[in-house]
Unconditional design. Structure first.
Length: 294
């Protein structure tokens, strides 16, 4: 689609604003949820890669918080941000069709349902263990969950709103992902994607092995990718009505817990007092939300 009738909020480098927050938006470990058949580095097989050259994205559910429903009543600041934007951008009373891709154990859909009980909610994930937790929740009986790869989701009936949260940094090539999300979204619909979208014109690709746990030791994985706002904006601009980047400002401090995997997040303050998210990679991992109007 190349519609340009609505006012656009971006140039090819896109608009960047900051959004305040009051709760943690950092990730607790990785969100191991989708695979990309067009990129060999992205896989969900649990066989250990032999070294950095064979690194790929691995699901390690045994290290994940998504095998529990304990966080359902404590939504992340990232989730709160998306819901605030939905209240701003949607029509009250309309029954939207919503697809949350890489939904894990459904904790975002749980929160979304509490805010928009009349919407039709769909959750997609590639990890059976996470979906087992979601499907076991009586409060999520109205949500349709499907075990499927991102690139195999049916495009026959596009959704009014699509979200991909906590996963974009695992894809080294963003364009196949963006193309699929556009195909899943109806004309004039909304897409929400969070990631480490770099305001500077520097692309970052990384591989790592978290040897702090027996489960992760020696397993070379792909994550913490930084796509530039310039590149993402240049791809999306001709295809969408608007593209907007918003920094999700961290509002709470996370102390480092030495007992947890070293890839888990903690925070520190910079010279200006801003809370910065990091982990054992020593990267700065503050979240940025990409909002697209199809």
């Amino acid at each position: 689609m190349t519609a340009r009738s609505a006012p656009r909020t971006t140039s090819p480098r896109a608009r960047f604003v900051a959004v305040g927050g009051t709760e943690a938006s950092g990730r607790a470990g990785s969100l191991w949820r989708v695979s990309e058949p067009t990129t060999p580095a992205h896989d969900v097989e649990r066989e250990s890669p032999a070294g950095p050259a064979e690194a790929r994205y691995l699901t390690l559910p045994e290290l994940s918080p998504y095998l529990s429903a304990e966080r359902y009543e404590h939504p992340k600041e990232l989730f709160r941000h998306v819901v605030r934007r939905l209240h701003e951008l949607t029509e009250p009373g309309r029954a939207y069709r919503y697809a949350d891709i890489a939904c894990a154990n459904g904790e975002f859909l749980y929160y979304l349902q509490s805010e928009f009980p009349h919407w039709q909610l769909h959750g997609f994930d590639y990890e059976p263990a996470f979906l087992d937790v979601a499907r076991a929740q009586p409060s999520l009986e109205a949500v349709r969950f499907e075990l499927v790869d991102l690139f195999e989701i049916d495009e026959t009936h596009p959704y009014d709103i699509v979200s991909l949260l906590g996963v974009m940094s695992t894809f080294q090539d963003p364009e196949p992902v963006l193309a699929k999300l556009l195909a899943l979204c109806a004309s004039s619909g909304l897409i929400f994607i969070d990631g480490y979208f770099n305001e500077y014109d520097v692309e970052v690709r990384s591989v790592y092995s978290d040897n702090s746990t027996p489960e992760g030791r020696g397993k070379w994985r792909v994550d913490w990718t930084q796509h530039t706002q310039a590149k993402i904006g240049e791809y999306l601009e001709p295809l969408c009505q608007s593209v907007e980047f918003e920094e999700v400002v961290m509002g709470v401090e996370l102390p480092r817990d030495p007992a947890k995997p070293h890839i888990d997040a903690w925070t520190f303050r910079d010279a200006d007092g801003k809370i910065i998210i990091t982990n054992g990679t020593r990267f700065m991992l503050n979240d940025v939300m990409l909002t697209v109007r199809r």
